[in-house]
Design a binder for this molecule. Sequence first.
Ligand SMILES: C[S@@+](CC[C@H](N)C(=O)[O-])C[C@H]1O[C@@H](n2cnc3c(N)ncnc32)[C@H](O)[C@@H]1O
Length: 351
Amino acid sequence: MAIDMDKLNAFIGQFVGDLGAAVHTGMVVIGEKLGLYKALAAGPMTSRELAAKTATDERYVREWLSQQAAGGYVTYDETSHKFSLSPEQAFALVNEDSPAYLPGAFQLALGSLAAVPRITEAFRNGAGMGWNEHDEDVFHGCEKFFRPGYAANLVNAWIPALSDAKQKLEAGARVADVGCGKGASTILMAKAYPNSHFFGFDYHDKSIANARESAKRAGVADRVTFEVAKAKAYPGKDYDLVAFFDCLHDMGDPAGASAHVRSTLSKDGTWMIVEPFANDELKDNLNPVGRVYYGFSTLLCTPCSRSQEVGLCLGAQSGEARIREVVTSAGFNHFKRATETPFNIVYEARP
Ligand SMILES: C[S@@+](CC[C@H](N)C(=O)[O-])C[C@H]1O[C@@H](n2cnc3c(N)ncnc32)[C@H](O)[C@@H]1O
């Protein structure tokens, strides 16, 4: 078969970008862990100055800065030979509360990639891998990556998009945050709605221990309880709101979890399901966001579901039709897409 040289060259060009991005993952994690971005935010500096400021080795720092400048994460001035961060670079790389804080995503990617040998075997033997079995960077990276998005959207846009949840939360409601991980979403809601009580559940004990610490640090521990529990068995009844953030598709038996939510909601309660943005058809997910999610889904979400009972393996790109099917199969009569962002869809289900 004849090779089209233009197409080949374009593909090789894409490969160079992809390979650079793959190595870049580790570079961002190093930069964040050593405080290099934060130190650089003070103003233009040489590699020697940045190394001195961060108590690091100048030769390593110079190589890192060069790689960062080549990738557009750091700005290089060829006259002064100094490196700096533009306001946009600093916004995304320094400020952990910025809605576009990026380093957590790379930490999550690095932690996920540590599972590659095991997942390679899983392709052969079909075994699962629980969320709890992953590298620590997965838990911390996940929280760091997701929290800024929740901080920007949850209280301002997502809860107001639900039928009457906002009013109930303001007046005083009982809320369960299931699959809460390290509790970022639970704590954000607790801070915004001081009259309400929040119960965070996750089957991963270490995440729950971290969540308890965070609640204490945030000063909301009196209104937030975190407990290790599976989505099909968490305690409590008559919740006004049950929330699932980016976890329904990770569960082995999401239909079983839906049935449990139904049995723990008050008669006019609301189930908020936040899922990764996805279209129903594969062809419509073949884009940069879909690429990110299918990758994480292969390493994290699909094996997590496979490791549990039923092992339905919805995957992170299941789309509205599949989520609707799972939710309504458990007896929810109302289901709708409440709102969306480029990265998430927020569904509302009611009895
Ligand atoms: C992608 S993380 C999302 C964590 C958190 N909701 C967030 O948005 O940052 C998925 C979470 O679901 C939890 N999980 C998976 N299966 C579960 C189950 N059957 N019951 C409870 N939690 C589960 C995992 O332990 C993990 O914390």
